[in-house]
Design a protein around this ligand. Sequence first.
Ligand code: 6CS
Length: 345
Amino acid sequence: MVMFLKKGLLLILALATAIMLAACGDDDGAEFQWDFVTEEVQGQVQYEYADEFAERMAEKSDGRVQINVFEYGGLGDGVDQAEQLMDGYTELAIVSPGFTGTMVEEAQLFALHFLFPDDVALTQQILDESEALNVELREKYEEHNMTPLAFWTEGAMQWTSDRPLRSPADFDGFQIRIQNSPLISSSYEAYDADPTVLDWSELYTSLQQGAVHGQENPIFFIEDAGFHEVQDHMTISNHNNYVAMTVVNTDFYNDLPDDIREMLDETVEEMRPVAFEMQEQMNEELLDAIIDNEETPTEVYELTEAEREAFRELAIPVRQFFIDNYGDDSERILNQLIEEIEAAQ
Ligand code: 6CS
């Protein structure tokens, strides 16, 4: 009942927003009015990406296309936003696969630790070129009326915590906040941790109050959201890569006039290096900001290769769990991706 009411309210909100934006759009006279929803706020990578994307589309189309970019917060959580895109209430979105784990089970492969190379640039090359992702996984999303046009990295993920995290034993009973994806949960259960699903908007307070003991995210996000302020430790673990997707509603995309769809595709291509540079710069600068912060100091520790190996050993069997639990296509897509990763290395 509560869920039903929540969805109803979100729908009313989404529609009110659409009507309001359409009214604004009439003034501007744009022929196409689209909403582009992100999971982050101004100054963070996803929002800045969408903002730049909107500007380029307006310019390319001579004002025929106006894209309204949304910060995270007004339209529910990450799962709600993915559902709104799927149902066609929004046209474009940045979606983290972690929020579609219950819809597109195969996409949970992004939750597997130590799958992608440590080299973030090489990971981006694989994300750009992989047929397993850009053809096979894309088809899986399209069954849910979502078309991922690009997979891109927001950087390597690190842990923040209220205690040092050096070995899997340190995860025993450790309550780690995760996104709503069963395989993210399994990945932490492999370390004997206690994963807890939480929206990131509640995470700062939850860490501060000790409701959860830690979390994972790329460095830029940790600093910008201030998680380091309420955590004593940050572990440079590089245990996974944070992948985001530029996604369009499939029906909307297929119904676009050819010239507009081409502009959209061209902009997606142009944005690949832009997104990479954005995350690289923010991750580098904000690591320094965490290290230099004397007001709320955080001990930053980089795992040695031997320490990472202990986690890797426990993480590898989760691949088999993924294959056993998420169907034949998950096995095919994961094996193809592993071959592509090995070939790239
Ligand atoms: O941890 C999260 O849920 C958030 N992290 C990032 C890097 N982007 C948005 C996402 O919702």
